[in-house]
Design a protein around this ligand. Structure first.
Ligand code: ZN
Length: 247
């Protein structure tokens, strides 16, 4: 059956590039933001330019973030995340490329420098001017006490959650690293992405064009099923627990 085929493909691969999307985290209870009932059907996104130029929009964004309204944080990793962590620990994979901002690959034990986040991370914040990291709990406590919008404790600059917002450029470093991973692998493994959002969805195409095999595990059909070497329309946690078993 197909799970056995996927296990063979992983076992035979020299290097597996893992690419994850919302579908791996829905099994942890995090809503897929594009689905009905997802985040952007409940509230409109705040564009980066609005955040930077409007104090009212910054206040709205921080009120949302402090209330956890997007539902992106505060969940636990599931079997799919732990299987990815085992692939990295075994050196079969050098990194996990993710479209998710939920910090669950880190929490599952993948070292921080081996998680390539294409859309940033919602579990902390950074200064837009100097890049200094700020913890949400600290910012929230100060905001609750003073009502003042978060600003950088080092330079006074505007602080924003470390996500890539609508209207914000894709991060150059992670994009370059993801490209390197796509070109270095001989198996590109997609877990829980419908592969509709570019440029991220270009990485499996790049790997495939470069001679790698492409395997996709996703509950629904994806845009790239037709070119994949293996497609499983299935739950990620159960599949990955079986093909990358814990010792
Ligand atoms: Zn700063």
């Amino acid at each position: 059956m197909s799970r056995e085929r996927l296990k063979t493909m992983i076992d035979d691969a020299r290097r597996v590039a893992i690419f994850t999307g919302a579908g791996i985290s829905t099994e942890s209870g995090i809503p897929d933001f594009r689905s009905p009932g997802g985040v952007w059907s409940r509230m409109s996104p705040i564009y980066f330019q609005e955040f930077v130029s409007s104090e009212a929009k910054r206040r709205e964004a921080w009120e949302r973030a402090f209330a956890g309204r997007a539902g992106w944080t505060g969940r636990e990793p599931n079997a799919g995340h732990y299987a990815c962590a085992r692939l990295v620990a075994s050196s079969k994979s050098r990194a996990v490329i993710t479209q998710n901002v939920d910090n669950l690959h880190h929490l599952a034990g993948v070292p921080t420098d081996q998680v390539i986040e294409l859309h940033g991370n919602a579990s902390y914040a950074r200064c837009l001017d100097c890049g200094l990291r700020h913890e949400l709990a600290d910012l929230k406590a100060l905001y609750k006490a003073t009502g003042d919008l978060p600003c950088c404790r080092a330079c006074g600059g505007i602080v924003k959650t470390a996500t890539i917002s609508f209207g914000q450029a894709m991060p150059e470093g992670p994009m370059a690293r993801a490209r390197d991973e796509a070109l270095a692998c001989d198996l590109f493994l997609v877990l829980g992405s419908s592969l509709v959002v570019f440029p991220a969805a270009g990485f499996p195409l790049l790997a495939k064009d470069n001679g790698a095999q492409l395997a996709i595990v996703n509950r629904e059909p994806t845009e790239q099923d037709v070119i994949a070497d293996l497609v499983l329309h299935d739950e990620i946690g159960p599949v990955m627990s079986e093909v990358v078993p814990a010792n």
